[in-house]
Design a protein around this ligand. Structure first.
Ligand SMILES: NC(=O)c1ccc[n+]([C@@H]2O[C@H](COP(=O)([O-])OP(=O)(O)OC[C@H]3O[C@@H](n4cnc5c(N)ncnc54)[C@H](O)[C@@H]3O)[C@@H](O)[C@H]2O)c1
Length: 332
């Protein structure tokens, strides 16, 4: 198989690439503009086995089509995107251009070049602020109602993928709605290096290491057991496994949308306390006002991915995820 991975130099894309390089013989081409991805990560991946790297931007519409043609691409795994929610509120056009317009062009090129398999990174942000407290988890049929341009840019891309598949019967897709992704590869050779970092677990790990003065908790007056937000944290290695499964799933000519989370929520305080425990450190925690658009509880119902894709998570353990993130932060 000839697989194009967009955003393969980024956090999640590099973990999926690593797994593919280690466990398959597929020809891999990575397309990345290195806007947030890392050249060092690519060097590390190249030690596993060789792959093609094209440093280019998805907005080079015609060149993207040529890349698919020249490399006889048959499967695309599309991670490349802008991902910072607050930035999407300040600069929505950046998100609609990079996430929606560039995805639309990539699909256009895929159809024009007979690429039949498309795996897309979507997000739980498409669910917006669920009206009720969903402690048991939101399934894929739950109403989508994004409350920021980031979530909307992804939901629009989902729709474009689905409509394309309706019109082109051979075009099959898997859309993953990731919940909160964290952790790193066991050998600590690659990891999460967002700048600025906006995700809770790496931020708490940095605080435990003294790289930050304190951790802020935005709101402790939510209607949750300890007043702080509850999220579903999924280990990046389990998420990578889901992508490997998705390739087989698509080989059987099926298309679908899957939540990817553990179906279990932890509060911000749970994360802070777990990090303190696993690292035997104490650090300052400060309560700040709620942020706009933070739902109280966001937990996946993951029955569909488990039953239809045989996804069997192996690292469903908050302490392990915190240890993993801390170990990575200790190295960089
Ligand atoms: N990290 C999470 O918790 C999370 C949660 C839900 C969904 N997602 C989705 O997963 C995907 C990957 O996220 P990530 O955390 O690895 O982000 P990341 O920023 O680490 O990786 C994105 C990669 O895409 C590249 N890129 C961005 N725009 C590009 C363009 N126009 N042309 C070429 N390359 C481009 C960047 O250089 C980077 O290597 C994104 O689509 C994101 O929306 C992530």
């Amino acid at each position: 198989m000839n697989i194009l991975i967009t955003g393969g130099a980024g956090y999640i894309g590099s973990h999926v690439t690593k797994q593919l390089l280690e466990t398959s013989q597929h020809n891999i081409t990575i397309l990345d503009n290195l806007s947030t991805g890392s050249a060092k990560t690519l060097d590390t991946l190249r030690e596993i086995r060789d792959f093609k790297f094209l440093q280019m931007d998805l907005n080079e519409f015609d060149t993207v089509c040529e890349v698919l043609k020249e490399n006889h691409i048959d499967t695309i795994i599309h991670f490349a995107a802008s991902i910072v929610v607050s930035e999407s509120v300040e600069n929505p056009l950046k998100y609609y251009m990079n996430n929606t317009v560039n995805t639309t062009n990539l699909i256009r090129c895929a159809v024009a070049n007979d690429v039949k398999r498309f795996i897309f990174s979507s997000t739980a942000a498409v669910y917006g602020e669920p009206a009720n407290l969903h402690e048991t988890g939101i399934d894929e049929d739950y109403e989508t109602s994004p409350i920021n341009p980031y979530g909307m840019s992804k939901l629009m891309s989902e729709r474009i993928i689905q409509d394309t598949a309706l019109a082109h019967k051979d075009f099959k897709y898997v859309i993953f709605r990731y919940f909160n992704v964290a952790g790193t590869s066991h050998d600590l050779t690659i990891g999460e290096c967002h700048d600025p970092e906006t995700h809770l677990i790496p931020l708490v790990a940095k605080t435990a290491l003294g790289k930050r003065d304190k951790i802020m908790i935005f709101g402790d007056d939510y209607k949750t057991i300890d007043g702080t937000n509850i999220r579903d944290y999924v280990h990046v290695l389990d998420l990578a496994d889901a992508h490997i499964q998705a390739i087989s799933y698509l080989e059987n000519n099926r298309s679908d949308i899957f939540n990817c989370g553990y179906g279990r929520g932890f509060s911000v305080r749970d994360v802070v306390e777990t990090m303190k425990q696993v690292t035997s450190t104490e650090f300052q925690v400060e309560i700040a006002p709620r942020r706009d658009g933070d739902p109280a509880i966001l937990i996946s119902d993951n029955r569909k991915i488990k039953s239809k894709m045989n996804w069997t998570p192996k690292y469903e353990d908050l302490a392990l995820i915190c240890e993993s993130a801390y170990a990575w932060e200790s190295r960089v």
